[in-house]
Design a protein around this ligand. Structure first.
Ligand SMILES: [Zn+2]
Length: 465
């Protein structure tokens, strides 16, 4: 029953981007909203902002002055905004009807709704399109990149910023071109498809990994954040236990299993209640709207997610856990590469193994044993060298003792011995003291003149790995 509902809802009633963005924005408590609250609290006069509180006997209100102060304050606040917040603020209050189509389309013919030069200059432009295929940074997933083709030239899109119900594209002319953009211009907007595929592979892999961690370590594993880019994925999770090598290997194997099974990946929109009933994974502390987007990988993974995904898990291609490190009492950070990156990595590792096997003249499978043999041989050689140096040093002790001089009633030995390490040197020194008559360290302070046996030693370089 729910399947029929999903089929119907994923096309016609998809509320798309807005609700998901709204829910994320609300939960993050972004600056502009906070600033509005600030203005209401600190700038409006008592009495609901209509300056009624000032209308008291003996008091008059400079309404024009009040409005000017408000405007100045808004300008100051806007000027204080940094980076993309400034551009989002520039567009936020406008009536713009833009539609995100990036779940279904990679390229669209569309119209420019708004275009402005960046305050910093440098040729950078902020562009809003009527239909936008570019994903804006959100939910751990990085923004798309791509191009906008106009009659006057081509722009490259290098960042996409959420601005309420729509997205602002940060763009600049491709090298050497001068491009004019105005509202109403017809354009072709295309995302960098290859880059997007890598991002999607990493995002779907993140969901598979989340499931596998819970399958191996238990349901207490809680997602604590993620980064999904074209190069890799990073997944932070809370877990109080220790994750050992064996468990990590099982996580890796489970992920590969699900990826190579080519399980279909679907998404649909539903109510938050139904998503909860279906057991969809939600981020703790995240505030969601009434309607939510669920991403489901057949039969095993179901998460609330606004990101973009591959259509079948086999598109992830390859999956390799690179690190799993502890970042606090119960926080782990796992990093994974997939697809092309994983294949490059694995080919590089194989080539290194092949080089080693050539130089050691063994098969790749025999490398661990061959390396262990080498280490053992090196260790034995080091020990033999130490023993040899010690026996040579001890053999020289007799002549050293014979050459001892008597100065102010103390015997002083000067000489040079070869020892493999400090321990060997100490043994030689003890032997000299014993032969000199068992001198022990006295509790009285040593005389000011040198009365110790003095040594010049040279330590042979020991073979190091
Ligand atoms: Zn997701």
């Amino acid at each position: 029953m729910s399947r029929r509902r999903r089929g119907a809802s994923s096309r016609s009633t998809t509320p798309g981007w807005g609700f998901w963005r709204r829910s994320c924005r609300a939960s993050r408590g972004e600056l502009p909203r906070a600033r509005r609250v600030h203005a209401a609290r600190h700038l409006r006069l008592p009495g609901g902002g209509d300056a009624g509180g000032a209308r008291r006997p003996g008091l008059s209100l400079d309404e024009a002055g009040f409005e000017k102060a408000m405007t100045d304050q808004r300008e100051r606040a806007r000027g204080a905004l940094q980076g993309h917040e400034r551009l989002v603020a520039a567009f936020r209050d406008r009536e713009i009807k833009s539609r995100y189509v990036g779940y279904e389309r990679e390229q669209v013919e569309t119209t420019v709704l708004a275009a402005e030069g960046a305050p910093g200059g440098g040729g950078e432009l902020y562009v809003v399109l009527a239909e936008n295929p570019f994903y804006a940074t959100g939910g751990g997933q990085v923004a798309d990149e791509g191009w906008i083709s106009l009659e006057s030239g081509q722009l490259e899109v290098f960042d996409v910023v959420p601005a309420g119900d729509y997205q602002v594209l940060r763009a600049r002319p491709v090298e050497g071109e001068t491009v004019e953009v105005r509202a109403g211009d017809r354009v072709t907007a295309s995302i960098n498809r290859v880059r997007r595929q890598q991002i999607e592979a990493n995002h779907t892999a993140t969901h598979v990994l989340h499931w596998a961690l819970r399958a191996v370590l238990g349901k207490e594993v809680v997602q604590a954040g993620s980064y999904v880019g074209p190069d890799r994925l990073r997944f932070d999770y809370r877990y109080t236990g220790k994750v050992d090598e064996d468990e990590l290997r099982r996580v890796q194997e489970l992920c590969l299993l699900k990826i190579t099974e080519n399980q279909p990946v679907r998404y649909y929109t539903t109510t938050i209640e139904e998503a909860r009933n279906l057991g969809a994974m939600m981020l703790f502390g995240e505030k969601y709207g009434d309607l939510v987007r669920v991403v489901e990988i057949d039969g095993f993974s179901r998460e609330l997610c606004g990101g973009t995904h591959v259509r079948g898990t086999a598109e992830v291609g390859a999956f390799k856990i690179v690190t799993n490190r502890k970042h606090g009492a119960d926080l782990y950070r796992i990093e994974v590469i997939t697809g092309r990156e994983a294949l490059y990595y694995l080919i590089g590792a194989t080539e290194t193994a092949e080089e080693l096997s050539d130089s050691l003249r063994v098969e790749i499978e025999e490398l661990p044993g061959a390396v262990e043999d080498l280490r053992r041989e090196a260790r034995e050689a080091r020990e033999a060298q130490k023993a040899q140096a010690l026996s040579k040093g001890l053999a020289e002790v007799g002549s050293l003792v014979e050459s001892a001089e008597s100065i102010d009633g103390a015997k002083v030995v000067t000489g040079q011995v070869v020892a493999a390490d400090v321990k060997g040197l100490r043994q030689i020194s003890d032997d000299v003291k014993n032969r000199l008559g068992g001198r022990r360290r006295s509790s009285s302070p040593p005389p000011s003149t040198a009365r110790r046996s003095s040594w010049r030693t040279s330590t042979p370089r020991s073979p190091r790995r």
